[in-house]
Design a protein around this ligand. Structure first.
Ligand code: CA
Length: 710
């Protein structure tokens, strides 16, 4: 009991976790007959909280919520509004005008977002320090280059000055990032094994010492080749057709040939071969083929080189039953529709000769129906040596009947592999080792969190791949901010959608300003880099859009496939690129986004339409070129260090690079009117202009500047 009281008291003192009553109200539009409304969101695990009808016809409910950010929808008459910020049936345009904004719901629509601010607690006396540092944890200690980055967290406003002491040397620390009442202090010291301690001067003048701690010199280290590059994602079926002679091979390997359920249901179907500018059909995502291949990528290397691309991420290239290739039929064979091993050899060598690293897409969670082990199980049942490679629920069965086996999200074409089985693990790891040995520089892993015994699998995979190539780069497809999946035995980076979509895209949209503003963007960036180890930041695989999302320009209001984007949306896209390219790590742009193409995900994954090169927007392609060149030339952009500076109204700014003369200040304005930002002391020169700014800098509408110290 006393312990419980102590916890409550501690919560009160620290001002954390004080629930706030929040009322949600739904006002139906005139003429809509509403019989039931409930509230479903991240606060109730998307369960149902009924709302009550008020005498004025509105519906409401009040919840006690901890400070934070919540996604939700009203569930009206048993139906979900598809888009809480853009709806014609349930309330136009906002279903809940009190929402602070909207965010992707993962199903092609949007959830509303409500931000619950912490109640103001009047503080008497100085803020408690709340010092936090864990010596063995990569969030606090990791290595980049020949430097060890050392950090601690403290309560916001509690620290005046701090240093980390190694041997006889005191290294001054700087306040790096501030988020949700916490601030991060940081310094870097020469690498090696050493003891260290902290000296922290509190805001009230008292000095506190922490430590000693020990660093064994074997922490999470960044691979040196990743930072400073400009990345590009290629979906081989839709990039360029360099060899029409292999086009028909797509039809022979298509899933339809292996899916008995589908054949019986739709005997008239056949996978389709379309001309490069052919019509969009419902099979666009998966079974409409346009002939793109590896020879096509090779022919476009001069373009990639001219653009300044220095890292390519290839979507799956192995034998499979679809245009996207996530249903592998043979992990050891290059898809015949894309070429063969000799073509791949030539492509990798040519990319390397052009200074471009290349990573492949590895899909260990599931196979396609045409995979030999699965076909053996279909034929022989429990007598197959591969019976335990899958989770078969009944036999005999028809391939394509997902009630007979576990499948990824129940998709019949993707039977789930049993990676808890050592034989499966061994097989998949040997596959990955083979291709890394063949010449790939890294691996992007599909849906890693969904594997059976996932963390054991990736620990073994990483150890084995490092033996083949010590500087192999491992990226996991994880959409959320999950630092527990990087470092040590984990990935070098995740696909940082958590930064790109949640923070950068929201800011670049610029509307509604209450939600898409500089303050919130700075908070999001700060929280991301506070929680991610600095070594992972250095290797960050940063993206806003991909084959799995709408095109960036569509998300920024440029319109749907076939529309003509307006100037504002295009400026927002350039702004989004400038922001993405200013982050630590590698910006990775989805093929064709640099051409300002449009394409909505729903329906039919139109972002995957073949690249119509003759229509590529040269100005936007030039923006990519410029930003890639800046990344190559400005040392600070290859640094993992990011330090918050300003977030107010439409303005967002942060420092890049180690504090000192080489540091850059990058500034953004996401509004359609000019804004002026106060500058730190000294002169600040726009890297693209001769002009040097002092005291303040004017930011034209929808603009960005990279400023260097003069
Ligand atoms: Ca072809």
């Amino acid at each position: 009991m006393r312990r419980w009281m102590a916890i409550v008291l501690a919560m009160l003192v620290s001002g954390l976790a004080l629930a706030v009553p929040v009322t949600f109200t739904y006002q139906p539009p005139e003429g809509l007959d509403v019989r039931s409304v409930s509230l479903r969101g991240s606060f109730n695990s998307w369960g149902e909280t009924p709302m009550k009808q008020n005498p004025d016809g509105s519906w409401s409910v009040t919840l006690d919520l901890d400070p934070g950010e919540y996604a939700y929808k009203f569930f009206i008459n048993g139906q979900w509004p598809k888009d809480m910020c853009n709806d014609e049936t349930f309330g136009h345009p906002m279903v809940d005008p009190k929402a602070d904004g909207c965010i992707d719901d993962g199903f092609g629509g949007q959830n509303a977002v409500r931000i619950v601010a912490a109640p103001v607690v009047r503080k008497s006396g100085p803020v408690e320090l709340g010092f936090k540092h864990e010596a063995g944890k990569a969030t606090f200690v990791s290595e980049v280059g020949e430097k060890v980055s050392i950090r601690f967290w403290a309560n916001e406003g509690s620290v005046a000055k701090a240093s980390v002491i190694v041997g006889e040397t005191a290294y001054p620390m700087h306040r790096q990032l501030v988020f949700r009442g916490t601030e991060v202090w940081r310094a870097s010291v020469p690498s090696g094994a050493f003891s260290y301690r902290f000296e922290v001067e509190k805001a009230n003048g008292a000095t506190k010492r922490f430590g000693p701690y020990r660093y064994d010199g074997k922490g999470f280290k960044a691979i040196p080749w990743v930072a400073g590059r400009a990345g590009y994602q290629i979906f081989p079926e839709r990039f360029w057709n360099g060899d029409p002679s292999n086009d028909r091979a797509a039809l022979a390997s298509d899933e339809y040939n292996f899916n008995q359920v589908w054949q019986e249901k739709d005997p008239s179907f056949s996978p389709q071969l379309s001309p490069w500018n052919g019509p969009i059909t419902p099979e666009l995502c998966c079974h409409e083929y346009f002939g793109g291949d590896l020879a096509g990528i090779e022919q476009k290397i001069p373009y990639l080189k001219a653009q300044g691309v220095s890292l390519v991420y290839l979507n799956p290239i192995f034998e499979s039953g679809s245009a996207h290739g996530y249903d592998t039929h043979d992990y050891m064979k290059v898809s015949a529709k894309f070429g063969d091993k000799a073509t791949l050899r030539r492509l990798i060598d040519a990319l390397h000769a052009a200074g471009i690293k290349v990573i492949f897409d590895f899909v260990p969670n599931h196979t396609g129906l045409g995979f030999w082990a699965f076909r053996d199980v279909v034929e022989k049942g429990p007598n197959s040596p591969y019976w335990n490679w899958y989770f078969i629920k009944k036999w005999p069965f028809k391939p394509g009947d997902a009630s007979a086996y576990e499948a990824w999200w129940g998709v019949p074409s993707l039977p789930k592999l049993n990676t808890g089985n050592p034989a499966v693990r061994r097989y998949l790891i040997e596959v990955a080792k083979y291709w890394v040995g063949f010449g790939f520089d890294g691996v992007r892993v599909d849906v890693p969190t969904e594997l059976i015994a996932a963390k054991d699998f990736f620990k073994e995979l990483k150890a084995e791949l490092k033996k083949v190539k010590p500087d192999v780069y491992l990226v996991g497809e994880i959409w959320d901010l999950r630092p527990d999946w990087v470092g040590g035995d984990g990935f070098d980076s995740l696909m940082n959608y958590a930064l790109g979509r949640k923070v950068l895209l929201t800011y670049a949209k610029g509307k509604p300003q209450a939600f898409a503003n500089g303050k919130r963007a700075l908070l999001g960036i700060s929280e991301f880099y506070a929680k991610m180890p600095e070594a992972s930041a250095a290797m960050g695989f940063n993206l806003i859009a991909s084959h799995d999302t709408s095109r960036l320009l569509t998300d920024l209001g440029g319109g749907k496939f076939g529309d003509v984007p307006g100037p504002e949306a295009k400026k927002r896209e350039a702004l989004a690129f400038a922001l993405l390219f200013s982050m630590p790590g590698v910006p990775v742009v989805w093929q064709g986004d640099e051409c300002a193409f449009l394409g909505e995900k729903d329906p039919y994954d139109k972002q995957r339409y073949p690249i119509q090169w003759q229509d590529c927007d040269q100005e936007m392609a030039g923006t990519y070129r410029l930003l890639a060149a800046l990344r190559r030339d400005l040392k600070a952009l290859a640094s993992p260090v990011i330090r918050g500076y300003y977030g107010k109204g439409p303005l967002l700014a942060f420092f890049r690079g180690e504090p000192g003369p080489d540091e850059l200040l990058v500034v953004f304005n996401n509004a359609e009117k000019e804004a002026v930002m106060p500058l730190p002391p000294g002169g600040w020169q726009d890297v693209l202009e001769i002009r040097t700014f002092r005291k303040e800098v004017e930011m034209p509408p929808l603009s960005w500047r990279y400023l260097r110290k003069r």
